[in-house]
Design a protein around this ligand. Structure first.
Ligand code: FMN
Length: 368
């Protein structure tokens, strides 16, 4: 083997079992919001083409998908709460399966990361506490400053837990191989976990146990209706994404992961560092602690390239490695990695919204 092919020894490129399903390799496509759903939050046929082009991933984790109209926080994101969503997603899962791929759906409630323009009846977005995030919402008429959200009543939480449960059932009806509970990146479940955004004084705020309660109720509900070997979870324990922080992330997330072990989830997917930014963060901690605590598959993400991924496997720092941005302009990313080929760069202007341009028109390697 020549030095240029040294990576080919890696079991990154070999099949592996993930609960109920076999993956062709250990390379995952991380969830990527592309804001191209049509009216009624229905995913399009174009999305079927887009995901099928990327079916060479061991596992695709499809983009964050709202579990209810209230859970929406960006223009043109898809939903998973009614029959038209199931029908739309079915075309996508069929297209991916036809090419030998596997696909999970990421279940999403944005909490305060929304805007009245995106909410039913132009209502205020909801959150654990009425604390306005810094930054802007992406609405159909452009970026608009976030507003102060409405603090949820404890009596409203069971209905949200129920929505996750229904969304999980609908996901399997739509042909997904499983679901990923989105508890990362400063959205609703993460807002409950971390103390910058959760200042409640009831059973859902204060102590770590209380702040983890909603997440664990969601996990319990989802695993009560679909097999736990089809349920994964995403955390971003030290990411400041969406203006979030915690005073003791190591204690908080160690507790969360220990509790998650009760539910035998198939994987823990960790955004290591600031999402899409530095892997080392002030006030952070060594995330291998979480991998060591978790009794299941560990998916690492954030800023990986091929060399880092090979190293992570050689040193057994991760079971699977998820890539986000590299998949956008490289639909055949696994083939390019195998060939040691250069990667194409994506066009920033076509990331969110629009049609085929910058979505399904990135060519595979031979043509580029
Ligand atoms: C365009 C874009 C959309 C994203 N959408 C999501 C999403 O829907 N859900 C999520 O958990 N993370 C999302 N992320 C974060 C990625 O999944 C990933 O964590 C991040 O890009 C870091 O991985 P990378 O360095 O391999 O790109 C998004 C990132 C980008 C660039």
């Amino acid at each position: 083997m020549t030095n240029a092919n040294a990576h080919l020894h890696s079991d990154l490129f070999k099949p592996v079992q993930l609960g109920a399903v076999q993956l062709q390799n250990r390379i995952v496509m991380a969830p990527l919001t592309r804001s191209r759903a049509k009216a009624g939050d229905v995913p399009t046929e174009l999305a079927a083409e887009y995901y099928a082009q990327r079916a060479g991933a061991g596992l695709i984790i499809a983009e964050a998908t709202q579990i209810s109209p209230q859970g929406k926080g960006y223009a043109w994101t898809p939903g998973i709460y009614n029959e038209s969503h199931v029908a739309g997603w079915k075309k996508i899962t069929d297209a991916v399966h036809a090419k030998g791929g596997r696909i999970f759906l990421q279940l999403w409630h944005v909490g305060r990361i929304s805007h009245p323009d995106l909410q039913p009846g132009n209502a205020l977005p909801v959150a654990p506490s009425a604390i306005k995030p810094d930054g802007n919402a992406f609405t159909e008429s452009g970026f608009k400053p976030f507003v102060e959200p409405r603090a949820l009543e404890a009596s409203e939480l069971p209905a949200i837990v129920e929505q996750y449960k229904i969304a999980a059932q609908l996901s399997l009806q739509a042909g997904f191989d499983g679901v990923e509970i989105h508890a990362a990146n400063g959205y609703l479940l993460d807002q409950f976990l971390r103390d910058k955004t959760n200042q409640r004084t009831d059973n859902y705020g204060g102590s770590i146990e209380n702040r983890a309660r909603l997440l664990l109720e969601v996990v319990e509900a989802v695993t009560s209706v679909i097999p736990s070997e089809r349920v994964g979870i995403r955390l971003s324990p030290i990411s400041p994404a969406n203006d979030i922080a915690d005073s003791n992330p190591k204690a908080l997330f160690s507790y969360v992961v220990e509790q998650l072990n009760r539910y035998k989830l198939v994987y823990l997917h960790v955004v290591e560092g600031a999402t899409g930014g530095p892997r080392e963060v002030d006030g952070g901690f060594d995330l291998q602690v979480l991998r060591d605590l978790f009794k299941g598959i560990y998916i690492a993400n954030n800023g990986y390239d091929l060399e880092m991924a090979v190293k992570a496997r050689d040193r057994n720092l991760a079971d699977l490695v998820a890539f986000g941005r590299p998949w956008i302009a490289n639909p055949d990313l696994v083939e390019r990695f195998k060939a040691g080929a250069a990667l194409a760069e994506f066009n920033q202007a076509t990331l969110y919204g629009g049609g085929a341009e910058g979505y399904t028109d990135y060519p595979p390697m031979q043509q580029s």
